[in-house]
Design a protein around this ligand. Structure first.
Ligand code: HEC
Length: 495
């Protein structure tokens, strides 16, 4: 396996510079030496990953320390991660936990040569049949990311049956991105891998490692370009459709996200540590920098793609705001009247009362903020049973669905809001479990939700009666993406 060959190359590089080996704990445990002895063969000498995932603070942001401790002590069932309870004592394991949450210094590098050397083509795309090799509507296909065991399921959106299931890279991050005819899909992994997959022939055709810790990838609306946004190294990297490196831009900052802005034939990039928004022509020929007062975190566009609407990063006092950036005028044109922590990356827009509004969940309060996009004024705050992450709707349904997955008591509830009255009208529950992330079928008749647990499920609801019509077991289905809704940039879903 190629990844293993890398683990060895990185092991060699690490032995030479002895990075990360300097950390010794108070008890006199040499965590660096323990790491090289017991972990480096799988996780890489510089902790940048190999057969196992990268163990860097950037990578472990979502893994709580007690969880990491448990993983190292007991291992992970049905994976290659062994338990170390019989080899290492408690102080040694504690020291290793401390080590993996400490930055590697100097920061590991990932050069253009590394990117090029990592690329592998598994199939010749030109020789594969140019039509689906399965019987279902290719436009109503769902790509379901199962985070529990790092697999992807392809679901027929008419019969709700799995057509195919395959192993993905470790911890996919950000939604998969489709080309305009719906044939190719690109997946990005937390460890920086981009995988190009042929949905019609059910085959991985190429892979490349764009960076060491990646946020997401974007695909140009003409299907010819792919851009990766990285935390480590802090850069954006442009590839052609075959994942050949075209160009790299160093940001001097972590990069929060990149999205395609098809009407503008550009990629828009948010920087995490620098108050600038970047717009790059699809082919990389030009870069426009818009200076801001505060960095933008995740963001989304209005339907015209003239404006980028983004939350600011959490400030020192724990607050955050939101801003509207006019991409033509290259400046901030409004502040959004949202307190708390809006999750604009998952906002939706819809027609209301003769105007267009945006609705976005708030990570702090249990609420949905609704804002008129004509004057950027608040229309309403809709209370939900607890803070949630996702909001989804579809042109063909009067309802918008949102979760409360950040609330310990209401994580099992989806709230259904009538887009005409802006009132919650119903809820569906999965008692004691986490219920989140809705996606609609192409025609908007069915809403698919995730039971977000390792022994989870995909639940299909009739979007009009809100009755469950089918349930498929899935391993922590963290996201599902309908080909049609994504390639037509449905107003009810993030793009
Ligand atoms: C034989 C290979 C192997 C060895 C040796 C190994 N690991 Fe792992 N480790 C893995 C794999 C594979 C995973 C991913 C498991 C999964 O799919 O959830 C993993 C996962 C982890 C995770 C969880 C990462 C995450 O993002 O969830 C931590 C933490 C970890 N390993 C730490 C260690 C430490 C510390 C050592 C040395 C004491 C070590 N590992 C040794 C293969 C290995």
């Amino acid at each position: 396996m190629k990844a293993l060959a890398w683990a060895w190359r990185l092991a060699l590089a690490g032995a030479l510079c002895a990075a990360g080996a300097e950390l010794a704990s108070a008890q006199g445990v040499d965590a660096g030496a323990l790491y090289q002895q017991h972990c480096a063969s799988c996780h890489g000498a510089q902790r940048t990953g190999g057969m196992g995932p990268a163990l860097l603070p950037e990578s472990l942001a979502r893994l709580r320390k007690p969880e990491a401790l448990k993983t190292i002590t007991q291992g992970r069932a049905a994976t290659q991660m062994p338990g170390f309870a019989d080899k290492l004592d408690a102080a040694q394991i504690q020291a290793l936990v401390g080590l993996v949450y400490t930055p590697v210094l100097p920061a590991p590098r990932w050069s253009d040569d590394d990117i090029r050397a990592s690329r592998e083509a598994m199939a010749d795309a030109a020789r594969l049949p140019a039509k689906p090799q399965w019987q279902a509507d290719p436009m109503n296909l769902f790509v379901v990311v199962e985070g529990g065991d790092h697999h992807v399921s392809l679901l027929d959106g008419d019969r709700f049956e799995v057509i195919h299931r395959f192993a993905s890279r470790y911890a996919l991050h950000g939604g998969p991105k489709f080309t305009p005819e719906g044939r190719w899909v690109y997946f990005g992994s937390r460890d920086g891998w981009i995988t190009k997959y042929d949905l019609w022939n059910l085959k991985v055709v190429a892979e490349v490692r764009a960076g060491l810790n990646m946020r997401n990838v974007a695909v140009s609306g003409d299907g010819r370009w792919v851009m990766a946004a990285n935390y480590l190294p802090g850069n954006v990297v442009l590839f052609d459709a075959d994942l050949k490196l075209v160009k790299r831009w160093d940001a001097g900052s972590r990069v929060s996200a990149v999205y395609d802005a098809t009407p503008r034939k550009s990629f828009v990039v948010a920087l995490k540590d620098v108050p600038e928004l970047w717009e790059l022509a699809w082919d990389g020929a030009s870069l426009r920098r818009t200076r801001l007062d505060e960095p933008l975190d995740d963001f989304f566009f209005d339907q015209s793609y003239r404006h980028a609407l983004g939350a600011t990063r959490e400030r020192a006092d724990g607050s955050a705001g939101a801003q509207v950036v006019d991409l033509e005028q290259q400046r901030k044109v409004a502040e959004l009247p949202i307190a708390g922590m809006p999750h604009l990356g998952s906002g939706i827009t819809f027609a209301w009362n003769g105007s267009t509004v945006l609705a976005s969940p708030n990570l702090k309060g249990g609420a949905i903020d609704v804002i008129d996009m004509k004057d950027w004024k608040a229309v309403k705050t809709i209370a939900t049973p607890g803070p949630g992450f996702f909001m989804r709707s579809h042109e063909a349904t009067p309802y918008a669905w949102t979760d409360s997955m950040m609330s310990p008591t209401a994580k099992d509830t989806l709230t259904i809001i009538d887009k005409r009255t802006l009132q919650p009208v119903a809820s569906v529950r999965e008692p004691g479990r986490t219920l989140a992330h809705i996606e609609f079928t192409k025609d908007g008749r069915y809403a698919l939700a995730s039971v977000w647990e390792d022994d989870g499920a995909l639940v299909v609801y009739d979007a009009a009666t809100l009755k469950e019509v089918k349930r498929l077991p899935m391993r922590k289905p963290v996201g599902k993406y309908n080909v049609w809704n994504k390639i037509t940039r449905s107003e009810g879903t993030s793009h």
